[in-house]
Design a protein around this ligand. Structure first.
Ligand code: SIN
Length: 513
């Protein structure tokens, strides 16, 4: 057992980096599976950070849009808290070197995204906000003497002592036996669950493992059923699917079918800028009907793609010229509203464990996250969790990690089977039979490699998503049940442990594999 007085941060995306800086001067051990700055969803975020920076805007209006998009499940106190702190975090990021786009007068250039009542998304180089903010934070963390980064390591489990989280198990990302590390506090900031689905915009590593290890330790998980599907992943056969940011529709790009007919106007008064769940279902229906939905950017003018270099590069890689042809799109798993249930200081239900970023569920997003509120929530709760853990602690030497014996990674064929099961059973449209089949397939995947903690973390999260979706007998926000199409008059957030989720799995009628 390695013992350290460092606070352990699981993950190395925006929430993890920001929390490490906010904890300074307290010594931190950050667990980063990839070289710092790579492999995290945050770096792929195209839209930016939602914040009321325009004098015509207000935190109250931003909170109202957040509540409306969340379909009755947003915690109003959390929405007020987050939106009122947004401006301060943008200014702090700018001071750390995030090169936000500015107009001639030095004001922030703001993008418009779906379900925002006005342009409110602070951006960098059009669609490069995530990468640029991450670059600024990585540089700051590299320069921070309090932060030790363990690159090439993953957390595989939490260690409990007397009902309290007392450390973690670490393994080499390339596969090794676990190394136990005792630590005074653990902050999980390890990303979402999109990669549990066969069609996703998330990096390959983001497969619900952070949530799963907390669930396996007994933490309460909130709103697990709410998975957001992005309507305009570029349908070019790549895994993960590259994103065509919603900001393109804010600039006037339109969704069309194979005949060039617009289909969103018939589905919602806000047409192409309707809430993301509505647009995702519209695109999914077109795909299912074989009408090959696409995003037509041609009317935006030849120069428009220069303002969206990440989209332009993804199109070029796929052999698509958006100036001449609509971009083929599909709905793809993009963001998990559910996560480790936390209070307003990022505390989980387990003493000694905090969570922030996409792995957490704070109550901000409800049943449907408002675009570009994800990075904002990560910033606000990373700082709050750091302050709650405490910036004062004893000095701590660097942790000397051993060279553990190799051990197998999750079998890629089993991971593929898990992802197919999630897309088939817990995707854009759900029903009891599909969710039950998915639960059985998940159990079979887990049973096929019982010695893999990483696979157990993935299957724990998949089980929670499907069980919570089975238990929610209504349609609300991103959770759409074809067998329960109505929305109940009163909305309730869900809270579930892994034991409760497993108890909801119906006994199989036949062998699923
Ligand atoms: C986008 O740019 O369309 C995605 C933004 C987000 O997911 O918040």
């Amino acid at each position: 057992m390695i013992r350290t007085d460092r606070v352990v941060i699981v993950g190395a995306g925006l929430a993890a980096l920001y929390a490490a800086l906010a904890l300074a001067p307290r010594p931190v051990l950050m667990i980063s599976p990839d070289p710092l700055g790579q492999g995290a969803s945050s770096a792929w975020a195209q839209g930016g950070v939602a914040a009321a920076m325009d004098p015509a805007d207000s935190a109250a209006q931003h909170a109202a849009d957040t509540l409306r998009a969340g379909a009755g499940l947003v915690d109003p106190a959390v929405a007020r808290l987050v939106t009122s702190q947004a401006r301060d975090h943008i200014l702090h990021l700018a001071a750390l070197g995030a090169p936000f786009d500015r107009d001639g007068a030095g004001g922030f250039v703001l993008s418009r995204e779906a379900a925002h009542s006005l342009a409110r998304v602070v951006r960098v180089n059009g669609d490069g906000a995530g990468a640029a903010i991450m670059a600024a934070l990585v540089a700051a963390v590299r320069a921070a003497p309090s932060v030790q980064v363990a690159e090439g390591w993953v957390a595989t489990g939490l260690r409990l002592q007397d009902g309290r989280v007392a450390g973690i198990d670490l393994a080499l990302a390339s596969g090794s036996v676990p190394v136990p590390v005792a630590a005074p506090a653990v902050l999980i900031a390890g990303g979402g669950s999109g990669g549990l689905y066969a069609v996703t915009t998330n990096p390959a590593r983001i497969r619900g493992e952070a949530l799963g290890m907390a669930a396996r330790a007994g933490a309460v998980i909130a709103d697990a059923e709410f998975v957001q599907f992005h309507p305009t992943a570029i349908a070019c056969g790549a895994d993960p699917a590259p994103l065509a940011t919603e900001a393109l529709r804010g600039e006037g790009a339109r969704l069309v079918d194979a005949d060039g007919t617009r289909f969103m106007a018939a589905l919602h008064p806000d047409a192409d800028l309707a809430p993301r769940d509505v647009v995702a279902r519209g695109v999914f229906a077109e795909t299912q009907a074989g009408r090959r939905p696409a995003l037509d950017c041609r009317a935006l003018g030849a120069g428009i793609m220069a303002d969206f270099p990440a989209v332009a590069a993804a199109c070029a890689r796929a052999g698509i010229d958006p100036a001449r042809q609509p971009i083929p799109v599909a709905a793809a798993a993009h963001y998990h509203m559910g996560g480790i249930a936390t209070d307003q200081d990022g505390r989980s239900s387990l003493p000694g464990l905090w969570a922030c970023g996409e792995a957490a569920s704070t109550g901000l997003h409800g049943a449907n996250r408002l675009a570009s509120n994800g990075l904002l929530e990560a910033l606000v709760f990373a700082r709050r969790a750091a302050l709650s853990i405490g910036r004062n602690g004893p000095p701590a030497a660097s942790v000397a990690l051993p060279d553990p014996a190799p051990a197998p990674l999750p079998d890629p064929a089993l991971v593929a089977r898990l992802r197919q099961a999630m897309t088939a059973g817990a995707g854009v449209l759900r029903d009891a039979q599909g969710l039950t089949d998915a639960l059985h397939a998940i159990a079979a995947v887990g049973a096929a490699q019982p010695g893999s903690p990483q696979l157990a973390n993935m299957t724990a999260t998949a089980t929670l998503i499907c069980a919570a979706a089975l238990a929610r007998r209504e349609s609300r926000g991103a959770h759409c049940r074809t067998d329960y199409p109505d929305t109940l008059p009163t909305g309730r957030r869900s809270r579930m442990t892994l034991a409760e989720a497993l108890a909801l799995r119906p006994a199989p009628e036949k062998e699923p594999l």
